[in-house]
Design a protein. Structure first.
Length: 501
């Protein structure tokens, strides 16, 4: 029957046995499920923070940055158009783990914390008898932000921006120390592609111009250094973070913002230096070095799984939580935009027994949880927003998802359709005023931004209505303004997450 046949048999058996369902057909929380079958697959879920999709050879990059990911992709199903639904770590992982939008499960923003009682991937699998463990690079994936919910073991190290270098040995030791034969969910995460981009030799500078000296050579290794680049200026002083973040929140090239930067640059002359195209190229090259570093570490993890004989019975999923803007709009980083650079992410799914294929349809990270639950024979809880990708893993065309929504950590939401992307900024996705502002703001005013290759005058209004309809359909019941732990917030603040108090 093979592993995949066994997985489907286990899934069918469990679905038949779980009889209590809510009105929409999904499993009610609280139903006692059947323990996982011996044949249920284990799962390794790898999150390579901040990795842009276009850096993978498997997704078209020609620079040879990702030999391990590319070799893995040759044995996996490659989703060419996978999208994050949020642009910062905490919110995106919350959507990954709950298959709900972040604004449904916590307060939107840098201080997001998973709140309410939405079931998580780890929590549901735990109920089905899975052993669950997470080893993360801390930061937004530390306990302060609530994303440990459902994991029996949760260790965050390297605060605030730890590496797979920290996480992988712990994950492998956890595998070696397991006493039972129960299937497991193992989540491994690292900030290896996240700023500061400069990573250890030989990867860090390997692709950058030798001997380069300029503003960028400082920016790539100072915490949050690249966040201090604003157009053609690099601000040396850490205190500039707050100012820049304030200005860059929703309209990076807004006229007033540009003017304010010019004034501030003049006022702080001596603390700022010119930033040129060659600086930007140098930063991008160092980012690519970080990508190669993350790839090498991923190769270590894969080798660890292989040498333990786990690859024949383990589903391995590799993804990133969001991408990164690399000066395309005069900025570096993520969290300020909902365009392709920040939302297009790698998504590779390797299921033993299933052939490599490429899927060109749009999918989102919301789909990962229902996919893994179906593969495990678990029933998805009510409220799940994503759809299972199991049909597309098997070569069937996935259901069309023509309208893709996303939320920014700043005051921004967006809708992507085949023709255009419309973003609305001004208030956060969890604001009680969002619906009234969204429905009344001037459609050709500064609150809306349209990316399209065609005439946008006729598509703006229909897209606004779609965005409004999506918003009204979101559950507001679980939104709860639970503040994150002040110490964790302060640690991230030092790395530029909020700027100055
Ligand atoms: Zn992230």
């Amino acid at each position: 029957m093979g592993l995949f046949g066994a997985i489907l048999a286990a899934a069918t058996l469990l679905v038949v046995m779980v009889a209590v369902r809510s009105q929409n057909g999904a499993l009610d929380v609280g139903v006692v499920p059947t323990p996982a079958s011996q044949d249920a697959p284990s799962i390794v879920l790898v999150s390579l923070d901040t990795l842009r999709a276009d850096r993978l050879g498997a997704l078209g990059n020609t620079r040879g940055l990702t030999p391990n990911l590319d070799a893995f992709a040759n044995e996996a199903v490659v989703y060419e158009r996978a999208w994050a639904v949020a642009n910062i770590t905490s919110m995106s992982h919350a959507s990954l783990f709950t298959s709900q939008y972040a604004s449904e499960v916590g307060p939107v923003g840098q201080a997001f914390r998973l709140s309410g009682d939405a079931p998580t991937l780890a929590g549901v699998l735990g109920v089905y008898g899975y052993e669950t463990a997470a080893f993360t690079g801390a930061g937004h994936l530390s306990r302060a932000f609530g994303l440990q919910r459902g994991f029996k073991t949760f260790e965050a190290e390297g605060s605030p921006l730890g590496s797979l270098w920290h996480a992988i040995p712990k994950a492998l030791t956890w595998l070696d120390d397991r006493q039972s034969n129960a299937p497991f969910l193992l989540f491994v995460h690292g900030y290896d592609v996240h700023a500061p981009y400069l990573k250890p030799s030989p990867f860090g500078m390997a692709l950058a111009q030798p001997g380069f000296r300029g503003a960028a050579s400082e920016a790539v290794h100072v915490p949050a250094g690249t966040d201090r680049v604003y157009g053609d200026v690099y601000f040396r002083q850490d205190t500039m973070n707050g100012f820049l973040h304030e200005r860059a929140r929703s309209r990076i090239w807004d006229h007033d913002a540009r003017l304010a930067v010019q004034e501030e640059t003049y006022r702080r002359r001596g603390e700022s230096v010119a930033f040129h195209e060659e600086d930007a190229r140098f930063v991008r090259d160092v980012y690519d070095g970080a990508t190669a570093y993350a790839d090498a570490l991923f190769g270590e993890l894969l080798q660890g799984l292989k040498s333990r004989g786990l690859l024949d019975r383990t589903v391995v999923v590799v993804l990133s939580d969001h991408g990164e803007t690399l000066w395309e709009n005069g900025r570096f980083g993520h969290g300020d935009s909902l365009d392709d650079r920040e939302l297009h992410v790698p998504l590779l799914v390797r299921v033993p027994g299933l052939a490599h294929r490429r899927v060109s349809a749009d999918v989102t990270l919301l789909d990962v949880m229902p996919t893994l639950l179906e593969l495990s024979g678990a029933t998805a809880p009510a409220g799940v927003r994503g759809v299972s990708l199991v049909p597309s893993l098997m070569g069937q065309r996935p259901p069309a998802q023509e309208k893709l929504f996303a939320e920014g950590c700043t005051r921004m939401i967006s809708l992507r359709s085949p023709e255009a992307r419309l973003s609305f900024s001004g208030v956060g996705a969890d604001s009680p005023f969002l619906e009234s502002l969204l429905s009344t703001a001037a459609i050709d005013g500064p609150a809306f931004e349209v990316d399209t290759t065609t005439d946008d005058s006729t598509i703006r209004e229909p897209l606004r209505q779609e965005l409004l309809g999506w918003r009204k359909n979101l559950s507001a019941g679980q939104r709860e303004q639970t503040p994150a732990d002040p110490a964790a917030v302060e640690a991230l603040r030092r790395h530029g997450y909020w700027g100055t108090p």
